[in-house]
Write a protein that binds this ligand. Structure first.
Ligand SMILES: Cc1ncc(COP(=O)(O)O)c(C=O)c1O
Length: 405
């Protein structure tokens, strides 16, 4: 008998045949002989409370415009239970269409055209595209050799950002995509201290925050002393696989409230009501499902370590502390790392990712689009079944041996 979706590991419930019927980009960009482990979609069914909320809305024809603070209240209760954040500011949270649109709208409030936005590469490629599309300039503060935030690089970037324009900002990724680093409280306190010293406003993208894996504890940036004038973007989109159901929250610290109040009213017209209902159900009643997912991701993380050791011993990695993304250093494979279109073009392939697509029929994200320090790396999405993960890494190993021979 099939295991129902409200018990067991969400990552083992859908067959490859079922997944190939999906019409989203993960499953449709490449031909059917390719195993897609690239874009951040998960191979899971909907969490039952989310499916139930959507079914109810469909049955009622409850498909109008969103209203009220239910999303923020659900995040507030989740934040108290999960992150020990007892006083999530429901009154300083506003609905935005999705995390990136929200981040850009917040950046528009606290920076002007031509001002600098600091990012910490390698980092989520759209950070480059959205910032430049909004007529702001990207200043890079590369992560350290340990893949963590580098205070010296940040300070230097903040100084440059200050010289570029009047109102600089820092777009933080917490946890960090693609390295899966979950920033520690002391690291975030250093960010706050440096930002205050250099007059930089911090906007923290916390889309992966429910995905701290066993062994790590998430610190919401707004709970850090010194972060009072900062902002965070929160969403159920990654943890519950709801990217197609657009909604997110922009949240201000106490000293950012007046800025957030200037958010144009039309921005709140962007999120879909079905998205708000789904995200609210996820944060409100989706924790048992999330716990099973995190257990499955933890097991996949361990499995990936064994598979890499067996099939790709020249590839090195640091197991992620959060997210379902693995950042694999393929530089020792000796694949030429010619640069493609550069940061921001998420589906562009070069170097090892191009080789793994051509020779292993496995689609990964190419490291070079994540900015400085990304060339020669690939990002692998392990939110899939152990069977698909095993097949993909086995194929990748075979391809490197064929390449060498
Ligand atoms: C760090 C980060 N921010 C934002 C997004 C996109 O979120 P949204 O679809 O809500 O804009 C992603 C998607 O993978 C992400 O990894």
């Amino acid at each position: 008998m099939a295991v129902s979706a409200d018990e067991g590991n969400p990552l083992t419930q859908l067959s490859l045949d079922q997944l190939r019927q999906r019409t989203s980009v993960k499953w449709r960009l490449y031909p059917p002989d390719v195993l897609p482990l690239w874009v951040a979609e998960q191979d899971v069914p909907l969490a039952p409370p989310v499916a139930e909320a959507l079914r109810r809305a469909v049955d009622l024809g409850d498909t109008g415009y969103s209203h009220g603070t239910a999303y923020a209240e659900a995040v507030g209760a989740f934040a108290a239970r999960r992150w020990g954040w007892p006083d999530f500011p429901v009154g300083r949270a506003t609905l935005v269409p999705d995390v990136m649109m929200g981040a850009v709208e917040v950046l528009r409030l606290v920076t002007g055209p031509g001002d600098a936005v600091v990012v910490t590469p390698p980092v989520y490629p759209p950070f480059y595209a959205f910032v430049t599309h909004a007529d702001r300039r990207v200043v890079e503060a590369p992560l350290g050799a340990d893949s963590r935030l580098d205070p010296a690089a940040l300070e230097e970037a903040f100084r440059i950002a200050r010289s570029v324009g009047n109102r600089p900002a820092f777009l933080l990724c917490n946890p960090h995509n693609p390295t899966g680093v979950v920033h520690r409280p002391d690291e975030l306190a250093t960010v706050a201290e440096l930002a205050a010293r250099h007059g930089v406003r911090v906007v923290s993208d916390e889309i992966h925050s429910p995905l701290a894996l066993p062994g790590a504890r998430l610190t919401p940036y707004l709970t850090v002393p010194g972060a009072e004038n900062a902002f965070a973007l929160v969403s159920a989109s990654k943890a519950w696989n709801l990217a197609g159901l657009k909604a997110a929250l922009a949240v201000a610290g106490p000293d950012g409230a007046a800025d957030l109040a200037r958010m144009p009213e039309e921005v709140s017209h962007g999120p879909s009501h079905l998205g708000v209902l789904a995200h609210t159900a996820a944060f409100g009643a989706g924790e048992p499902w999330l716990d099973r997912l995190l257990a499955g991701l933890d097991a996949n993380r361990t499995l990936l370590g064994s598979l890499l050791a067996e099939h790709l011993p020249a590839v090195s990695w640091r197991p992620p502390e959060g997210t379902y993304l693995a950042w694999l250093d393929c530089r020792r494979l000796g694949v030429p790392t010619e640069v493609g279109d550069g940061p921001g073009v998420a589906s562009d392939l070069a170097g090892p990712a191009r080789m793994f697509l051509d020779d292993a029929r496995v689609a990964l994200s190419s490291g070079h689009v994540f900015g400085a320090g990304g060339a020669g790396f690939v990002r692998l999405n392990f939110a899939t079944s152990p069977a698909v993960l095993t097949e993909a890494v086995t194929r990748m190993g075979r391809a490197t041996r064929a390449d060498a021979g």
